[in-house]
Design a binder for this molecule. Structure first.
Ligand SMILES: [Zn+2]
Ligand SMILES: [Zn+2]
Length: 315
């Protein structure tokens, strides 16, 4: 099969179709989305070698579960051991033994086929196109926030960042409170939210602080500092950005103001898929470009361009 293989360098290779392990399904990939994590992986993040890609929709070609065979599915990316303490505490996504599709110890979706445990798969109804279903994983990451904190309709929310994740977080949280503004740099990205009646602001203009919840989805090292300036005492800052360098950050304010700083990563697939089915989250305007799998190295370069939102590969 054709696959994009990364071993310090990313190139197309013809490799054998993977063998599925017991309890796993063999899936023929239809579409795969390129995410910032993939771009970071090509820069050395997680020291991953193999096939990247974790946002996909595909058809189950082989499985011991007859309810899955031939079905179009999306898949949860964390593959926990099921035996350790964290797994028994029902935190499988934190299992230290886990493999993660296209990120850690498991080949991913930038290929014609992949394998995942049957238990990770969710059947996609025929009503949603492949290029919408492929957004289930990043939408789930946005849906993680209301799973972690209670959001009341009165809460004032600021979302920092108008990248792919920022736009999804803004849309998901807006379903919980309309007092939300998304702060970004790019007028054309803001327009996607404005069409949905979601308020936006440019990061150059003064923003009223004192918010109950501030989400940092900037992907930049300045995001957390900025969020801490905008949150009210005893408010919550949700971190969606993996900040490599916080050395210069003054953490006096969150101590004095008793701010909760909450890390947030992968989320639940079912509500994410439901939001896409119901059209509560609109993702189509976020697809900037599509490429065939054979052009994956070029597609990855395009996805790294700050003006480009989602790039989708078609197998
Ligand atoms: Zn991703
Ligand atoms: Zn485990």
């Amino acid at each position: 099969m054709l696959a994009l293989v990364f071993d310090g360098d990313a190139r197309m290779q013809d490799i054998p179709i993977p063998d599925r392990q017991p309890g796993e399904a063999l899936i023929r990939v239809l579409s795969a989305g390129i995410c910032n994590t993939d771009i970071e992986i090509l820069r050395g993040y997680m020291e991953f070698n193999g096939i990247p890609g974790h946002e996909f929709v595909g058809i189950v070609e082989e499985s011991d579960n007859k309810d899955l065979r031939g079905k179009r599915v999306v898949g949860e990316i964390n593959c926990p051991c099921g035996r350790c303490r964290l797994c028994r505490l029902e935190m499988p996504h934190h299992c230290r033994e886990r493999s993660v599709l296209g990120i850690h110890n498991r080949n991913g979706a930038f290929a014609e086929y992949l394998t995942l445990p049957d238990a990770n798969l969710l059947v996609v109804p025929g009503s949603i196109p492949d290029d919408v279903a492929v957004f289930t994983e990043p939408t789930a990451a946005a849906c993680r926030i209301p799973e972690q904190i209670t959001i009341s309709p009165e809460d004032r929310i600021i979302v920092l960042g108008d990248g792919k994740l920022g736009l999804l977080v803004a849309q998901v949280l807006w379903l919980h409170s309309k007092h939300l503004v998304c702060v970004g740099k790019h007028p054309e990205k803001a327009e996607i939210l404005q069409k949905l009646r979601i308020a936006t602001a440019h990061c150059g203009e003064p923003i009223e602080g004192g918010a109950d919840i501030v989400v940092d989805a900037t992907g930049s090292r300045d995001g957390l500092g900025c969020a801490l300036q905008l949150v009210r005492p005893e408010g919550t800052v949700v971190l969606k950005t993996i900040v490599a360098d916080t050395a210069a950050l003054d953490l006096t304010v969150p101590v004095i103001d008793e701010v909760t700083i909450l890390g947030s990563r992968c989320g639940p697939f079912r509500p994410a898929l439901e939001a896409l089915i119901l059209g509560n989250v609109e993702v189509r305007p976020m697809i900037t470009e599509t490429f065939p799998l054979s052009e994956a190295p070029h597609a990855l370069k395009r996805a790294a361009d700050p003006d480009v939102l989602k790039v989708v590969l078609h197998m």
